[in-house]
Write a protein that binds this ligand. Structure first.
Ligand code: ARG
Length: 481
């Protein structure tokens, strides 16, 4: 009950049960338990180092916290739902375990800096996990690209056939979006990875604490600069939620294509049985539910971002209890994008391309019309005039129900006498793809460059994530003794 609240001394009466339920954050912040114990370990080591706590008390607290940690590992840590949050739980459990010395842990800090520190540690780990998962999806896409440089599909604008492209080029387009998402998360990581601990309630503390030491012990880059800012802003949460939203949007767009491509109308791909579902009434059905759910879940991620932004927009400095509501949306966003990215890797790695259907589709819709215009430009016609000539030829072909490449040379000359026999060399769609050899274009040579660049930056990012993770592991090892 409320009697056990850390602040109960100021009050005569008990808090109403329904009020406790309304104000409690335990349901969500219990996910911070590991970080809360680690934060406390770093804090007490610093207090000992600075001689703010006696050696003996500090040792007891450290031992007690390590015991709680092993209880956590063994799934034996008792969490009391009558206590309003995880911070209270750990402090109360510690005091129950070691006696009055436990009450000295909270010297020179407040729950305000404590919760900001815990959450930064949580988000930091979650971001690295998401980046790892995005890296994996990029690998799957690049892998497909390496095998599909000669596989041709229609490229679309406005969902109309535009120009033929290789499947590889299309896969790499998605892969570059995702690379930026991963980089964006890693940029945000630098702003997340700073330590508010020691900012105390809002104004700092009178104790001679060493914030640099706690920051180092917890694997942060450095302590935050301003105590009031440290306990009052949640921009790091919003940034993580934004990065998640944009990733969710990219995944959703990709999922939408997979749904379309696996339809009877397109028939470009077949999803593996591994990740499709059937219908309870229509025996023939094979539904792309996984892709649909990835698409559907993006709505919740965007919603969480909007909820965080709205929650923060009217708050004066410094800590306000509204901010307790930051954890659920950001944790859910990061969880959701992690799950969706993992699922996307699974379905993309297992899908099969119907090469003939794609090629056949790419041959329709006068998709080589731009190439004919470019041909005329090469012969000296201004592009605008060439555009007009080809438009007339296309209209003629529509009436005739033939492709541009099916016209005879004399029919073609009827549209422009600049057209020669060599035109038949540029009209096949394989040529249209291979001749788009500009930097970033769809030719296989150009896609090779993209694959090379993309693998390079992927390797760099993988290294970076590995380094960050091993740095944190070292910190945890040191703190747990
Ligand atoms: N449960 C609170 C939160 O998540 C902890 C901070 C409480 N601080 C306070 N001044 N009431 O934000």
């Amino acid at each position: 009950m409320s009697k056990k609240a850390l602040w109960s001394g100021r009050f005569d009466g008990d808090m109403d049960d329904s009020v406790l339920e309304f104000t409690s954050s335990l349901n969500i912040d219990r996910k911070l338990v590991f970080y809360d114990i680690m934060g406390s370990l770093a804090h007490v080591i610093m207090l000992r180092d600075r001689k703010i706590l006696e050696e003996e008390d500090s040792e007891e607290i450290i031992k007690g916290l390590r015991t709680l940690l092993s209880e956590l590992h063994d799934n034996e840590l008792v969490i009391d739902s009558d206590l309003e949050d995880i911070h209270t739980n750990i402090e109360v459990s510690l005091t129950e375990l070691i006696g009055p010395a436990g009450g000295k842990l909270h010297t020179g800090r407040s729950r305000n800096d404590q919760v900001a520190t815990d959450l930064r540690m949580y988000v930091r780990d979650a971001v690295l996990e998401v980046v790892n998962s995005v890296n994996l999806l990029i690998k799957v896409l690049v892998d497909i690209a390496q095998n599909t440089q000669r596989m041709i599909m229609p490229g679309f604008t406005h969902m109309q056939h535009a120009q033929p492209v290789s499947v590889a080029q299309h896969m790499m387009a998605h892969s570059f979006r995702l690379s930026r998402d991963a980089d964006r998360f890693m940029d945000a990581f630098e702003r997340i990875n700073v330590c508010p601990l020691g900012s105390a309630a809002l104004a700092g503390t009178t104790y001679p604490i060493d914030r640099k030491l706690t920051s180092d012990l917890l694997g942060f880059r450095r302590p935050t600069e301003n105590s009031a800012d440290s306990v009052s802003d949640r921009d790091f949460v919003i940034e993580a939620a934004f990065c998640s939203s944009l990733l969710a949007v990219h995944l959703s767009s990709m999922a939408e294509e997979l749904v379309l491509w696996s339809s009877q109308e397109f028939g470009f791909i077949e999803m593996d049985d591994l990740c499709t579902t059937g219908s309870s009434i229509m025996p023939q059905k094979k539904n792309p539910d996984v892709a649909e759910l990835i698409r559907g879940r993006s709505g919740g991620v965007i919603g969480d971002l909007v909820s965080l932004l709205t929650m923060m927009k009217g708050l004066p400095l410094t800590y306000n209890r509204d901010m307790q509501l930051d954890k659920e949306p950001v944790m859910r966003s990061l969880d959701t994008v992690l799950q969706c990215t993992n699922m996307m890797s699974k379905i993309v790695a297992a899908m099969r391309f119907n090469e003939d259907t794609m090629l056949n589709s790419a041959s329709k819709g006068y998709i080589n019309a731009t190439d004919l215009a470019d041909y005329l430009v090469a012969k000296g016609l201004p592009f605008r005039e060439a555009h007009g000539v080809v438009a007339s030829a296309v209209r003629y072909c529509i009436l005739e129900d033939r492709g541009l490449e099916e016209l005879t040379l004399s029919e073609m000359k009827g549209f422009s006498d600049m057209i020669e026999k060599d035109v038949f060399g540029i009209l096949p769609i394989e040529e249209c793809v291979e001749r788009r050899n500009s930097f970033g274009g769809t030719s296989s040579q150009s896609v090779d460059v993209q694959i090379f660049e993309s693998l390079n930056s992927l390797m760099e990012r993988e290294d970076r994530v590995r380094q960050e993770i091993s740095l944190l592991d070292e910190c945890w090892d040191e703190l747990t003794g």
